[in-house]
Design a binder for this molecule. Sequence first.
Ligand code: AMP
Ligand code: ZN
Length: 478
Amino acid sequence: MALRLFDSLTKTVRPFDVAEPPIARVYGCGPTIYGRAHIGNFRTFIAYDVLHRYLEWKGFEPHFVLNLTDVDDKTIKGAADAGVSLEAFTTPHEHSFLADADTLGMRPFLTTPRATAHVDEMVRWIERLEDKGLAYLADDGSVYFRIAAFEKYGQLSGNRADGESGRSRIDSDEYDKDDVRDFVLWKAARDVDRQVGAVWPSPWGEGRPGWHLECSVLSIGALGDTLDLHLGGEDLLFPHHENEIAQSEGATGKTFARAWMHTKHLRVEGQKMSKSLGNVYTIPELVERGHAPAAIRHLLVSAQYRKDLNFTFDGLEGSARAVQRLEALHRRLHDETTAEPGQPEVGLAEITRTALADFETALDDDLNTSGALAALFVFLRDVNAALDGSGGRAASAELATARDALASMDRVFGLLELALADTQVDDDLASWVEDMIAQRKQAREDRDWGRADAIRDELTERGIVLEDTAQGTRWKQG
Ligand code: AMP
Ligand code: ZN
């Protein structure tokens, strides 16, 4: 069976194919590193991650690139407000994004290039566009893309950019263009840009690259002229992606991306996310409130990427229970069930075959994650029922088949992987603490008070509080 995806360019669901199998060259628009990414951003990034994992599952070799937008109006304003350089301002946000991605079990990317590390290439790209008559320097010292000279403009959005689309996200500070539709490739330096160090030399004077150009140059630089798939949130389709196509195809004369995928925006408690509503949650905030990363991840994959998804705290509780049921099944298949060579089969092989087929059919159908989760939970229900009926005994071969299937489906969803990693950390910590307590007891018996105190201090530093009782030493995480 072949993976089929909705391609926003042709507006059809069609087979996903790549130029050079098994490599899949995929580029996703990444975060603007001016603040902590929120749960909405992570709906999009987790959709990228499920795609990434499913491509691997299907035997592709994903070359997956995600950019970090570190120079644009928002990062410059953030740095200026904080009174620090652009680099000093954005670096912690880069680290926090990568940390959150890790918390949610995202696969590492091939690379996560920062725009500011590639400004020279961007300057050369503008020169190529100038040579082709597609770029011009305006009186304000900025360089613009001449949309009228690019016949194919509008192929993705159907929008010739002569009016503003409701979904559009347009730069606010473009100054002196020949045509209102034209967009900026190089922005002449302003005082605030100089103040934060967001200026680079160019043949047109000091300035900085435009946001749209960053993605064309970073994607092509990392993956070549033609991508197999370009991803982004739905708000980026116009003008950002339309402009990426114009800049890329205008310079190379080749197809920029063979297919486009756009994720639908997340809503929170039924509403659009906004600071004024106080519903813009970050991953650490949710974890701090006691929500497990695996539950957050479950909620984010519970609807297909093009469908509405409403993040609610009730939903998150439901997701936590779903993950617990998966963990319980995992334990049952590994620890609690007796594998007996002579045992008659209890039907796990058949249950597994059906589940895997339904799972793959759902994901092949435009990454229908809710359908695939349904297949996984039918598997869970049926395996439990079969084991309940046999008093927890099964033939070892069918048991192995069921265990492998659970692990295989989880390679795409990454839920057990996260949940079990959490318990693993706890187990490791517990055995380390027990060991330290035993050493401290020994030190006290040896009347080595210095050593005993040092051990207690080390534990305190790791947030472990000891309580000496008549029954021995108890501990808890403070
Ligand atoms: P930004 O950091 O604003 O550049 O956004 C990074 C990515 O997150 C882009 O692909 C956006 O389309 C996406 N995004 C922003 N808000 C949401 C949301 N509420 N739901 C899903 N994706 C979003
Ligand atoms: Zn982009």
